[in-house]
Design a protein around this ligand. Structure first.
Ligand code: ADP
Ligand code: MG
Length: 626
C-alpha cells in the first residue's frame, strides 16, 4: 500500500525534479492537498457528526468522483505553486521558495480554523470500498486497485517524461538559458511539469488518506519530501523505472520495514531513527559515488545497434565508421582562406573536409529557406541603453543587420558586445531603446519568443544539455514540435511520429555535414570544446533561424577548430541566414564580413568594411587601449 502511494508521489516529484529540474522542496504539500481534498469531498457536512470536527465543504461525494476532483485540485495547486517559478528565479532560491510554500501550507492546515480541523486533522474518512458488500474495507483488494492505478499512471506519466516532450524538459533542466535561446518556453515547460507532478502527488495523498481513514498535519512534515527525494536520487534521477527501485528501497524498506526488525519492533522511535540514519547515509553515498542512481536515465540511441525506436534513422552500420569523405587536402596556396601562422597541415585537412563536403542546409519539407518578408534590414536596433548600476554597458546603440550576410561586431573587452547580444535576444531588459526583427517590434518579447521568430543566439561560453546525447542536443532544437502540443500529449506517438522522423533525419544530415556523426549517441558532456561549439551551432541551425547571433564563437578554440568553424560559416553563407558575428579575433571578421560595426565603451564608434575601420584613428586607439 505504501509502495503504491509513495510510487505515485515519487513519480510526480521525479517529473518535476529529475526530468524538469525543479527542486520542489515543498512537494509534500501537493500530497497533503490531495489528502485533505479527499477528506472534505467525501465527508458529510460537519453537522452530521454533531460538529465533532470542523472543516469546509463536507460534500459527501462518492469516493470515485472525489478522486477525479482530487487529481484536478492537485494539478491546480501544482500550477499555483509553479507560479513561483515565473520570475526566473535562480534554482536554489526557487527551491527555498517552494519549501516556504509548503511551510505556509502546513501552518495554515494546523491553524485552528474550520478549514481542515487544525492540528487533530480529519478522521472518519469514508473507505472507497464501502462498509457493506463482499469487498467492504478489504485491504488486499485496495492494494490491487492501487497497483492498477500505478500501472495506468505510468502510461500517463510517460507522455510527459519520455519522447520529445521529456527531452525538452530535460533540456530545460540541464541549461535553462540555452533552452530559452532555442525557443523553449522554460517557464511554461516547468509549469507543465509542476501541474502534472501536482496531480500525481494529490492522487497519492488522496489514496493514502482514503485507506488510513484519517489525515493530519503530522503526516506531512518536510521529512516526507526528503524521503521521496531520496527515493528519486537513489533510484535514478529522471528514470521512472529507477524511481520504482528507489521507492522500494527508501520509503518502503528503510522507513517502514525497519519497524519489523526483531529488537526494533518494540521501539518504534529507535526504528524510525535508524531508518533515517541509513537513508541519509545512502543519499550521501549515491550523490558521491553513483549520482545517476540504481537505474540511470537511459537516453534513446539513434540508428545504431538493434534500434528499437521505430522512428530512428538507420544509416548502414558500415557507413557510420568508414564513410569519412576523402578529398584531396587543400594546400595552403589554394585554400580560399590565407592560412595564418601556426596552423598545422593536419588541421588544414580537417578544415578541408568541410570545405569539400559542400552541403545544403537540411530543411523540413515545406519550410522555405529564410527570406526576409520585407525589404530592409532584418534586425534593427535603435538607441538601446543597458545600465548595470552606474555603468552604462550599452550606451545608446543603434545599428542595422541585414539578412543573408555576415555582419561583424568588434570591440575591445568590456565594450558591451555581450551585453548588447543579451539585450537583443531578450536575456536582458534594456533600460530604453527599440529592437525590431523582421519588421516586427520585439523589444517586449521574452527570449523564447524572439528565438521562435528566428533570432537565435549562441553564448560566449558554449552551453549544452550535458546529460542528453549529442543528437538529442540537436533534436531539441526543432521548433513547435507536435509532441509538445496538447494534441501530441493526448494522441501520443502516432500524432507526432512523422515529425520526429523528419527531425531525426535532419539532425543526421547536419551531423554528417559537420563530420560529427560518429559521436551522435555520446553524451554532450563528453565532447571537446571545439565539438561543443559545433553542437551549439548545429542546434541553432535546427531551429531554422533567420538570423544567428554568435557571441565570440572562436573564443577558446584551437586553431584547427577555429578553421573548421570558419569553413562551416562559409558554407552557411549561401543558406539565406543572416549572421551577426561578434568576435575579438579580427582575422575571421576581415575574411567573412562585408560590414563591420565597431563598439567601444558601450557606443558604436564606426561602421564600415574592416579596411575602412582600420584607417580610422579612433578605432585604432580603442583597439590599442582596449
Ligand atoms: P564585451 O562582451 O564587449 O567584452 P560585456 O558586454 O561583457 O563586454 O561588458 C560590458 C560592460 O558591462 C563591462 O564593463 C562589464 O564589466 C559590465 N557588465 C557586464 N555584465 C555585467 C553584469 N551582469 N553586472 C554588472 N556589470 C556587468
Ligand atoms: Mg563578451
Amino acid at each position: 500500500m505504501y509502495f503504491a502511494t509513495d510510487l505515485l508521489a515519487a513519480w510526480g516529484l521525479n517529473l518535476e525534479y529529475g526530468v524538469a529540474g525543479v527542486l520542489n522542496f515543498g512537494y509534500i504539500a501537493c500530497v497533503a492537498v490531495g489528502a485533505y481534498a479527499y477528506g472534505v469531498l467525501t465527508l458529510p457536512s460537519p453537522a452530521v457528526n454533531g460538529n465533532y470536527q470542523h472543516y469546509v465543504l463536507g460534500l459527501h461525494l462518492e469516493p470515485a468522483a472525489a478522486f477525479v476532483i482530487v487529481i484536478v485540485v492537485g494539478c491546480v495547486f501544482g500550477g499555483l505553486v509553479g507560479l513561483v517559478g515565473r520570475h526566473r528565479l535562480r534554482p536554489d532560491y526557487q527551491a527555498i521558495m517552494l519549501l516556504v510554500v509548503a511551510a505556509v501550507a502546513l501552518a495554515v492546515s494546523e491553524a485552528d480554523t474550520a478549514l481542515v480541523n487544525g492540528n487533530p486533522g480529519l478522521t472518519l474518512l469514508p473507505n472507497p470500498l464501502g462498509t457493506t458488500g463482499p469487498t467492504a474495507g478489504n485491504g488486499w483488494v485496495y492494494v490491487g486497485i492501487l497497483l492498477a492505478i500505478c500501472f495506468a499512471g505510468y502510461f500517463v506519466l510517460r507522455r510527459f517524461s519520455d519522447g520529445p516532450l521529456g527531452r525538452s524538459l530535460r533540456a530545460v533542466r540541464d541549461d535553462s538559458d540555452a533552452a530559452l535561446a532555442i525557443g523553449k518556453d522554460v517557464v511554461g515547460l516547468r509549469m507543465l511539469a509542476q501541474v502534472v507532478g501536482g496531480g500525481f502527488g494529490a492522487l497519492a495523498g488522496g489514496l493514502l488518506a482514503a485507506f488510513i481513514g484519517a489525515w493530519a498535519p503530522s503526516a506531512w512534515s518536510f521529512s516526507e519530501t526528503l524521503s521521496l527525494l531520496t527515493a528519486v536520487i537513489v533510484g535514478g534521477v529522471a528514470s521512472n523505472y529507477g524511481v520504482v527501485a528507489g521507492v522500494i528501497l527508501v520509503p518502503v524498506v528503510l522507513q517502514q520495514l525497519s519497524q519489523f526488525v526483531p529488537g526494533l519492533n518494540t521501539r518504534p522511535q529507535l526504528a524510525a531513527d535508524i531508518g533515517w540514519m541509513v537513508t541519509s547515509a545512502l543519499t550521501i553515498f549515491f550523490i558521491w559515488f553513483r549520482p545517476t542512481g540504481i537505474v540511470p536515465d537511459r537516453r534513446p540511441r539513434y540508428g545504431v545497434g538493434r534500434h528499437r525506436r521505430v522512428w530512428s534513422y538507420a544509416p548502414e552500420p558500415a557507413n557510420m565508421v568508414v564513410d569519412v569523405p576523402v578529398h584531396p587536402p587543400v594546400s595552403r596556396a589554394t585554400s580560399p582562406m590565407n592560412a595564418d601562422s601556426g596552423v598545422s597541415q593536419a588541421s588544414l585537412d580537417a578544415g578541408a573536409i568541410l570545405t569539400a563536403t559542400s552541403f545544403a542546409l537540411p530543411r523540413r519539407p515545406g519550410v522555405p529557406a529564410p527570406t526576409p518578408s520585407f525589404a530592409g534590414p532584418l534586425l534593427e536596433v535603435s538607441d538601446v541603453v543597458v545600465r548595470f548600476g552606474g555603468v552604462r554597458a550599452v550606451d545608446g546603440v543603434s545599428l542595422q543587420v541585414p539578412a543573408g550576410a555576415v555582419t561583424g561586431l568588434i570591440g575591445p573587452n568590456g565594450a558591451g558586445k555581450s551585453t548588447l547580444v543579451n539585450a537583443l535576444t531578450g536575456f536582458l531588459r534594456p533600460e530604453s531603446g527599440r529592437i525590431s526583427f523582421n519588421g516586427q517590434e520585439i523589444s517586449d518579447q521574452p527570449a523564447h519568443r524572439r528565438a521562435r521568430a528566428g533570432l537565435v543566439r549562441s553564448f560566449q561560453l558554449s552551453r549544452q544539455f550535458s546529460r542528453l546525447s549529442v543528437i538529442e542536443n540537436l533534436l531539441v532544437g526543432r521548433q513547435s514540435h507536435p509532441a509538445e502540443s496538447a494534441l501530441g500529449i493526448a494522441l501520443g506517438l502516432r500524432y507526432w511520429k512523422q515529425a520526429e522522423v523528419e527531425n531525426v533525419d535532419r539532425a543526421w544530415e547536419l551531423l554528417r555535414a559537420f563530420d560529427l556523426h560518429a559521436k551522435a549517441n555520446m553524451t554532450a558532456s563528453s565532447l571537446s570544446g571545439g565539438e561543443r561549439r559545433m553542437v551549439e551551432l548545429m542546434r541553432a541551425l535546427m531551429t531554422e533561424p533567420k538570423m544567428l547571433v554568435l557571441d565570440e564563437p572562436l573564443a577558446g578554440l584551437s586553431p584547427a577548430w577555429a578553421r573548421r568553424f570558419e569553413e562551416a560559416l562559409m558554407q552557411l553563407r549561401s543558406s539565406g541566414i543572416g549572421f551577426f558575428l561578434i568576435e575579438h579575433e579580427l582575422g575571421i571578421i576581415e575574411r567573412q564580413c562585408q560590414e563591420v560595426v565597431m563598439m567601444a565603451r558601450g557606443r558604436v564608434l564606426s561602421v564600415g568594411t574592416m579596411e575602412e575601420l582600420r584607417m580610422q584613428p579612433e578605432v585604432q586607439a580603442a583597439y590599442v587601449m582596449g
